[in-house]
Design a protein around this ligand. Sequence first.
Ligand SMILES: *Cc1c(COP(=O)(O)O)cnc(C)c1O
Length: 425
Amino acid sequence: MNKLLEIDKKNIWHPFTPLAGGIEPLLITSASGIYLHTQDGRSILDAISSWWVNLHGHAHLHLAEALATQAKKLEHVIFAGFTHEPAIQLSKNLLSIVPSNQSKIFFSDNGSTAVEVALKMALQYWHNQKIEKRKIIAFEGAYHGDTFGAMSVGDRGIFTAPFSKYLFDVEFIPFPDQANHQQVIDQFQKSVADQTVAAFIFEPLVQGAAGMRMYSPKILDELIALAHQHDVVCIADEVFTGFGRTGKLFASDYLRNKPDIITLSKGLTGGMMPMGITTCAEKIVVAFDTDEFLKTFFHGHSYTGNPLACAVANASFELLMQDECAASINRITRQHEKFAEKLDGHPNLHDVRTLGTILAIELKTEGGSSYTSDIRKKIYPYFLDRNILLRPLGNILYILPPYCITNEELSIIYRTIEDFLSGLK
Ligand SMILES: *Cc1c(COP(=O)(O)O)cnc(C)c1O
């Protein structure tokens, strides 16, 4: 075994990976565009944007230069009592593209912390006004991250089982599908009617981790309207859907009724640096905008507003705003739609769905779909052996490429998927 891999095996605990019996990690030495280069000379097509974070390709020079330039100027400074230009510029950039009701941004380090901040902001919003509202509503199947607050508002399942007793109570409403529209509305209406609901948190239009489950903006618009009628703070978790993933800059752009709080991460820095952002509407700010010390939002992280991450996020923003990027997103969307049409009615498939740059293919499995589904163990190595990184969610195969992927590269993925499907019984 390679010496480095030996040390890795001995010292390192990888995320979402069993310590025994798992697959050996691949040693990546460099990356460029949509390719990951291994130590033993392979180039692997990253069809899932390295866990949904990469927008413009790996080791992008524009981002790398922004990072290097900033590192030589100001690498970090405490963000309480101090500020800097990269953070200020990023606030301008983000507020120019998020829904126009958003008025302030709060920094953290990842998607889970952006969600923690959102939940704490929403709860303290009521606390500061001395209004007793405690309930939080979320969707069944939700995923909002791995910290305790984020786990609490997420679906309870095998991943949260060891902690279930430590998670706070949340009211879960059914995930909206074609058939249960009225039931979801009715249940939501009943929940918000007693005026004790503090917040409603949702992944707008698509639940990523639940298997790229998609639902209509129409019902979400209705739920937000109902929530607002009853003074419920609406939190859109756009950690996954932000920055063009769904075809528009934000999934919230498909909505008429805008959220009060938005969480961002993943694509925020184009996939180069860890950073989370929570934005909020003026309505939320007002409850904190006072010189009463105890109404301060007492939350922060050592690396809050890190200048390096800000500089890279600004560089990624510049690329995202170019016409070419929008054109690429449109092109990928069209290609996905064409391929989905081609697969429609395939005997081995339960469903094929697309939204923007996301294509999800749900395979038929015995005994329904599940994360632990055996098919997963077949899919991952099948594609990796063919130098394509596709990491299925149970029986759901999905493509979520960096926006710089070419049509030829997309065709290679599509063709390999067709080959895989035709090899299934
Ligand atoms: C990934 C994800 C998170 C958590 O983000 P991390 O950076 O992994 O902590 C939260 N919400 C959604 C919708 C996500 O997809």
